[in-house]
Design a protein around this ligand. Structure first.
Ligand code: DCP
Ligand code: MG
Length: 401
């Protein structure tokens, strides 16, 4: 049976909440920022302010130039998080499978609730009414046959919209879209697609061969190839629960905010190694990985994926990196987190068919042992050499067995 997935995204979330709290701000050009008096950036702007070109990520000084009457408010993250949680609880009344995707977005599986698109649209209308009635907020609801297309639908009908895209309609819609409308294509990918392939819209991306994309983007090339065709088989992940005792996670606030991807990759590698090691110590394997990115403006984004069971550094790192590439928007990053959940208890680590994986397992167990003796941050893989039996310990190489 074809799936029916809904994506719900709140409209101008932080700004709309402020307008509900302070009704005199309704209809006004307002923006929310972490620190309205400092050299901060805009977290979001009301649609009235967006008419002047004010948008998320813009420095306050620029926003003030674009819109001299802009009212800038200091955000209250705790309040937004509470409302986000209450919204999530409301959405859970409509479907057994709701994925908390970010502070103001969820995906919902409506396949078994609605059975067909017409019924899903009625349900979407009902949800919108409930959100308005209970929270005095508007949201946009996109309905389609997978997560990728439902998110495109909700974006296309913003603000306060409701839109369905059937499989038949998808190709026509995709062809004309700018590539940036696809979730997972950030500013850097957009620039690279323009530079390498002169691609700006999805129709042009569809004409690029898979091997050409893979040459430039490696495994991410496959994602681009599929996404441009509306193909996405990623599941709804329902596990996200901050207090879930069955998850193992590590996060770190960076010493300085950065958009340097090689630095970010190094941090992800370290976090993945810590998570994997904690899994192995507890004799667990995980079936789900979640990545958390907090940007310099405190915008926090979580994105997850279900995977075959693993407790290997390299599996967890590769998935974290893939998740990162799918959502990274090119802004400076302040905090990164990797967590593993859907844990299976396993007496022994899983049996591997591939010799390569077996070797890596032996290696990671030996590394865990060395880490216990010398401390975590000192010991790292010497990239591919690690698989050949070498460890890099500070500057020296220690031969692995
Ligand atoms: N946010 C942030 N920094 C960003 C982007 C967003 O702090 N660079 C915060 C503020 C937003 C909230 O996250 O209100 C949700 O992000 P969205 O991208 O969904 O933006 P909005 O809900 O504000 O607007 P839209 O109507 O376009 O969804
Ligand atoms: Mg939103």
């Amino acid at each position: 049976m074809e799936k029916i997935i809904a994506h719900i995204d709140m409209d101008a979330f932080f700004a709309s909440i402020e307008q509900v709290k302070k009704p005199w701000l309704k209809g006004k050009a307002i923006a929310v920022s972490g620190n309205p008096n400092g050299r901060s950036v805009i977290a979001t702007a009301s649609y009235e302010a967006r008419k002047y070109g004010v948008k998320a990520g813009m420095p306050l000084s620029t926003a003030r130039k674009f819109c001299p009457y802009l009212i800038i408010l200091k955000g209250n993250m705790e309040e937004y998080e509470t409302i986000s949680e209450n919204l999530y609880n409301l959405f859970c009344e409509f479907s057994p499978a709701v994925e908390y995707y970010s502070i103001d977005e969820v995906f919902m599986d409506l396949t078994y609730v609605a059975k067909e698109f017409e019924a899903a649209l009625s349900l979407g209308k009902l949800i919108k009414n409930e959100v308005l009635e209970q929270f005095h907020l508007t949201c946009s609801v996109g309905i389609s046959y997978n997560k990728l297309m439902s998110k495109i639908a909700s974006k296309l009908c913003k603000p306060d919209g409701l839109m369905a895209i059937t499989k038949e309609e998808a190709q026509e819609i995709l062809k004309k879209l700018p590539v940036s409308k696809i979730t997972g294509i950030g500013r850097k990918t957009e620039m690279l697609l323009k530079e390498k392939f002169n691609v700006e819209i999805v129709g042009e991306l569809q004409k690029v061969q898979l091997d050409e994309l893979v040459k430039v983007f490696h495994s991410y090339g496959k994602f681009l190839y599929n996404a441009s065709r509306g193909i996405d088989d990623s599941p709804i992940i329902t596990f996200v629960d901050k207090d879930d005792p069955k998850s193992v996670g590590n996060s770190i606030t960076l010493e300085r905010d950065t958009d340097d991807v090689s630095e970010i990759k190094a941090v992800l590698k370290m976090l993945s190694a810590k998570v994997a090691s904690r899994l192995r110590i507890g004799k667990f394997q995980c079936r789900s990985i979640k990545l958390t990115i907090r940007y310099e403006d405190f915008y926090t984004f979580t994105h997850g994926k279900e995977i075959p069971p693993t407790s290997l550094d390299s599996d967890i790192y590769n998935i974290s990196l893939q998740l990162f590439r799918e959502v990274y928007n090119g802004c400076k990053v302040r905090l990164l987190g990797v967590s593993a959940s859907l844990l299976d208890k396993s007496e022994a680590l899983r049996l591997f068919d591939e010799l390569q994986t077996l070797k890596e397992e032996k290696l990671v167990l030996a590394m865990d042992d060395l880490r216990k003796r010398y401390g975590y941050d000192k010991l790292e893989y010497g990239s591919i050499n690690a698989l050949k039996g070498d460890f890099v310990f500070q500057d020296k190489k220690i031969s692995g067995s």
